[in-house]
Write a protein that binds this ligand. Structure first.
Ligand code: ZN
Length: 331
């Protein structure tokens, strides 16, 4: 108990960017070393599935990641690492970023986002988890048993260099990786990554208003597919509706930040309003079609009765604080 109390007191750490006090049992160096080993393991696992760097999908992700890194280089955790992109061929709607700057994106995610702004916001969110050290914090905080395992395993890891005791070292490394990188984040950490990720995207001149639209699209997608189970990446995250609401609240502040970063003006039309109106028109059209012919319109699957009313109200979203006249943005 004394050891545990000492540990708690001596390992309090201030979260970068948000200044929140949290518990970290790992040094940043060990954490980065473990991330590098985890990245190696992923590279082996995905060896046959990685797109070549010449593939246009890889190039799009590369451009977005490097742009995010360049525009946020004032943050030491961003400029201290070199950001490397890996695009994995696979239908999973998933993306993740390791704290040493290794970015993994599935093609399933690229097929799901509708534009580069959404992709920037998703990658900003994942980069935020990495630079805030959320995986180490999650492992340290979630359960006292995890905390003790981490301390014990870290001690074994420190005492048994992997070269001399390869088997034990490898086992310990795998256990640490599981504790750190294979588990869902808490709601609190998700909300923090949403907030910081949106700031990163705003500084990279993305249209931050596209963030809530992505989650609305995901909600409709789930409704239309009727799949009770969510994609892997999403199942570890808050519900789409909560996410949309939370992001919407952050938009005015993100727009102010974006404006202070000398970004090109945003289109006057808010993508959230465009999306709500499009859904409304499609549903009305579908209803009329069904009433007349009892058949769905071409290109739109039958809409389940339970489609949330909040998605249909064009004025249900808060107005953005800035409206600009030009039609061009660069990301
Ligand atoms: Zn997340």
């Amino acid at each position: 108990m004394v050891i545990l109390s000492l540990l708690l007191l001596t390992h309090l750490d201030e979260s970068p960017l948000t200044g929140r006090t949290r518990l970290l049992v790992f040094s940043r160096e060990s954490y980065l070393e473990l991330a590098a080993l985890t990245a190696e393991a992923y590279m082996e696992e995905f060896a046959e599935l990685l797109l070549p760097v010449t593939d246009v999908r890889h190039q799009v992700v590369e451009r977005v990641v490097q742009h995010l890194a360049q525009r946020n280089k004032d943050i030491p955790e961003v400029s201290d690492v070199s950001w490397t992109v890996h695009v994995v061929q696979g239908p999973t709607v998933n993306a993740f970023v390791l704290p040493n700057g290794e970015v993994f994106v599935y093609t399933g995610m690229l097929e799901t986002v509708t534009d580069v702004h959404q992709l920037t916001i998703i990658l900003g969110h994942e980069m935020a988890h990495a630079l805030l050290g959320h995986s180490a914090e999650q492992a340290s905080l979630s359960h006292i048993l995890d905390l003790l395992s981490l301390v014990l395993l870290s001690a074994i890891w420190a005492l048994c260099p992997r070269d001399s005791l390869a088997v034990l070292g490898h086992w310990v490394q795998q256990k640490l990786s599981q504790l750190m990188f294979s588990r869902p984040y808490s709601r609190k950490l998700e909300a923090e990554a949403d907030q910081v990720g949106l700031q990163l995207a705003a500084k990279a001149c993305a249209d931050v208003r596209a963030g809530p639209v992505f989650w609305q699209q995901m909600e409709i997608r789930d409704q239309l597919s009727g799949e009770p189970s969510l994609p892997e990446w999403l199942s570890t995250h808050p519900s789409h509706r909560n996410r949309t609401t939370h992001l919407d609240r952050l938009i005015p502040q993100a727009l102010e930040l974006r404006q202070s970063c000398v970004c090109p003006a945003l289109p006057a039309t808010d993508p959230r309003a465009v999306f709500s109106e499009t859904v409304r028109v499609l549903l009305e059209k579908n209803k009329r079609e069904e009433a007349h012919a009892a058949a769905p319109i071409h290109g739109l699957p039958p809409v389940p009765a339970g489609l949330p009313a909040a998605l249909l109200a064009p004025n249900s979203l808060p107005a953005s604080s800035h409206v600009h006249q030009e039609n061009k943005t660069s990301v």
